[in-house]
Design a binder for this molecule. Structure first.
Ligand code: CTP
Length: 407
């Protein structure tokens, strides 16, 4: 653990009264591991869920709880507010969110938030019924409009055996967001533009019907998020809308497309801006001349005369300028290595990522993936099953190596 000094960036961690308060111990550990000086503040209700001694032992300095009565720091809220580089509230209850939205200063934590100019990151945790209350959502909207970053909540098991949305975001993710905010989103891809395609294209048969595939866009979105977190400006050309991490919204430009033709036009049009292109989309190989009006049942089966669509990645490779790195994906059924090697060769990409879309825990709708990355004649690396963000990390690390070679 790098030992943070009082000169290290200071994170004031506010812990409020919910069951997830116990997870603040993990957050403190993660923040300290990342080199931050952590000043914990607990509310009165937080102390009902977690002993101050626990956080005092883990943080960079003892827990503070009181606005008054601390002889060594007579004005703790201004001291903390002015010295904070970031104020993080995790978990944040519906009650503290309401107090912050109103601008109250009735305890040390809320007074500190008023006394700071540092970024504020709020990680809500509560039961689904509370999370969905219009009052809670309106308060959060107020805080967002004043610049606060709201991270989570996630879905999953809640207290009392319940399930739903309202679970505190994973401590690891919270630490990642804090690091990204404090690091100014500088990283190995700073100054680079990454063009990512995601999702399955939709080919119209008539104004009502489309032919599409099962791609969920998850791997493409994970690539876009990881690239943005590593400092890149990202252009995400996608057929599907998924949630993006709120801190990355301004760093990822989303371009909506539907058909293979739209996707081709968007990608070819934006290619000149890109240092890296990642073709994670599942593009239709065949398209149709759509019937101009709805095909009626009485007319018999819809005529489907397929025409091959343009191979977008081949068009991008043809137009690439020196130094641009292009990554393709190969969706296969069965062991993808042979096909990924063949497609690496035939498509002229720098990396070809093959996956077996029928394998358990891999492929289209799965949150995890299991891939083989071909980077040259005879060069293939197999990645065991892992989250799509982790797969994206490995791919982008290889991309960074290729960019460095081209510099
Ligand atoms: N791709 C593309 N344009 C297409 C079809 C595919 O750019 N019309 C891209 C995909 O985005 C992917 C790569 O090419 O990055 C490989 O896609 P895949 O469907 O696996 O390959 P195909 O060339 O279509 O080969 P096949 O269908 O025979 O497996």
């Amino acid at each position: 653990m790098p030992s943070a000094t009082p000169e290290s960036p200071r994170v004031v961690l506010g812990v409020t009264g919910g069951v997830a308060a116990y997870k603040s111990a993990e957050i403190v550990r993660g923040l300290r591991r990342a080199g931050y000086f952590v000043s914990p503040v607990m509310t009165r209700d937080a102390l009902k869920f977690l002993g101050a001694a626990t956080l005092s032992a883990l943080a960079s300095e003892p827990v503070r709880t009181e606005l008054y009565g601390d002889a060594s720091t007579p004005s703790p809220h201004t001291y903390l507010g002015q010295s904070a580089d970031l104020v993080l509230i995790a978990p944040a209850t519906a009650h503290v969110i309401a107090r912050l939205a109103l601008g109250l200063a009735d305890d040390l934590l809320t007074a500190t938030v008023l006394a700071t100019r540092a970024p504020l990151v709020i990680c809500p945790a509560m039961h689904t019924e509370m999370w969905e209350q219009p009052s809670v959502q309106a308060n959060l909207q107020t805080l967002r409009s004043r610049g606060a970053l709201v991270v989570g909540p996630a879905s999953g098991p809640l207290a009392n055996g319940d399930e739903g949305t309202g679970r505190l975001e994973e401590p690891e993710r919270i630490v990642e967001v804090v690091s990204a905010v404090l690091g100014g989103y500088r990283g190995p891809l700073s100054g680079r533009t990454v063009l990512v395609s995601a999702g399955g294209t939709r080919e119209a048969l008539d104004p009502v019907r489309v032919v599409t595939n099962r791609s969920s866009g998850r791997q493409g979105y994970a690539l876009a998020e990881v690239a943005a977190r590593r400092g890149a400006r990202v252009i995400l050309v996608t057929t599907v809308r998924r949630d993006l991490a709120p801190d990355l919204l301004s760093r990822i430009e989303v371009v909506d497309v539907e058909s293979a033709r739209d996707m081709r036009d968007a990608l070819v049009g934006r290619l000149v801006e890109a240092d890296v292109v990642v073709m994670a989309a599942a593009v239709a190989d065949f398209t149709f001349d759509p019937h101009p009006v709805k095909w009626k049942r009485a007319d018999g089966p819809v005529p489907m005369i397929p025409r091959p669509s343009e191979d977008i990645v081949a068009s991008l490779v043809e137009r690439r300028r020196p130094g641009q790195v292009i990554v393709g994906f190969a969706a296969e059924t069965g062991d993808p290595e042979v096909a990924a090697r063949a497609k690496w060769r035939s498509k002229g990409v720098d990396l070809m990522v093959g996956n077996d879309v029928t394998a358990e825990g891999a492929g289209f709708e799965s949150p995890t993936n299991e891939v083989v990355i071909v980077s040259g004649e005879g060069a293939a690396e197999r990645l065991s099953r892992r989250g799509k963000a982790e797969v994206a990390e490995v791919i982008l690390t290889k991309v960074e190596g290729l960019l460095a070679r081209g510099d």
